[in-house]
Design a protein around this ligand. Structure first.
Ligand SMILES: Nc1ncnc2c1ncn2[C@@H]1O[C@H](COP(=O)(O)OP(=O)(O)OP(=O)(O)O)[C@@H](O)[C@H]1O
Length: 229
């Protein structure tokens, strides 16, 4: 059974319409597509943060408010809470009634944030805020993790730190969906790739197939790095 199943789901903004069906399994799925393809809109629908037409099933049940607690989304523009970096983590852990300082520090260390643990979160750099948002998501412990461009503000070293955390999450049996236009990241991380263009799901398959044997001309151009409009 798919973890997330969207059947004929659509979101119409007037100038743009997302319209697709897709099944997401455990492991890492990457939603690839150029700017404006609808990746964030799709993730927001999966996170139950957006109204939509069509049917959404979460582990076989019609998705509703109660499933929101099974999902967390890390936004492209990271949001940080008041207080220190450590406070941000302790708050996230408290949602699972597990706000131990040791656990918070373990997660901060994983994301290369231990040395800024006592800093005010609002004073962090963009890349540090992005890693803090990811650290908080890890602390919350959900079934499904939705990451919107999780490494867009990061240098190579920290991007690799984040990718390792995402892989570890997948190994622990979680379901992860990443929106990105980074082909290399998609190749490195994903079990499956969904290629979106103009709000439509152009192609969806195993990563190897999408990169080595794409069936659609647009997918072929995108994965070969050709720019198109
Ligand atoms: N709340 C909204 N109201 C109106 N239009 C919206 C809204 N959110 C998104 N859109 C439009 O939907 C389209 C898809 O946007 P979306 O952010 O989903 O794309 P994306 O693939 O994530 O792009 P990027 O890679 O640039 O983040 C865009 O044309 C955008 O302007």
């Amino acid at each position: 059974m798919a973890v997330i199943e969207l059947r004929n789901v659509s979101k119409d903004y007037g100038h743009f319409k997302l319209s697709l069906s897709i099944e997401i399994d455990r492991g890492i799925t990457t939603v690839l597509g150029s700017s404006g393809a609808g990746k964030t809109t799709l993730l927001r629908i999966m996170a139950l943060l957006e109204s939509f037409e069509g049917e959404y099933y979460f582990m076989g049940e019609k998705a509703s408010e109660k499933h929101r607690k099974k999902i967390t989304m890390v936004f492209q523009q990271p949001v940080v809470f008041r207080g220190t970096v450590l406070d941000n983590l302790l708050y996230a852990l408290s949602l699972n009634e597990n706000s131990s300082k040791e656990k918070a520090e373990e997660i901060l260390e994983k994301l290369n944030l231990l040395e800024v643990a006592k800093k005010k979160a609002k004073n962090l750099s963009g890349g540090e805020k992005q890693r803090l948002a990811i650290a908080r998501a890890l602390a919350i412990d959900r079934e499904v993790y939705l990451f919107d461009e999780p490494t867009s503000n990061l240098d190579a070293e920290n991007a690799s730190v984040v990718e390792k955390c995402i892989k570890d999450l997948a190994k622990s049996g979680k379901t992860i969906v990443i929106a990105t236009h980074n082909l290399f990241q998609a190749k490195r991380l994903s079990d499956k790739v969904a290629f979106l263009h103009n709000g439509k799901l152009i192609e969806y398959g195993e990563t190897k197939q999408i990169f080595e044997n794409p069936k659609n001309e647009l997918t072929k151009k995108f994965v070969s790095g050709d720019v198109y409009y």
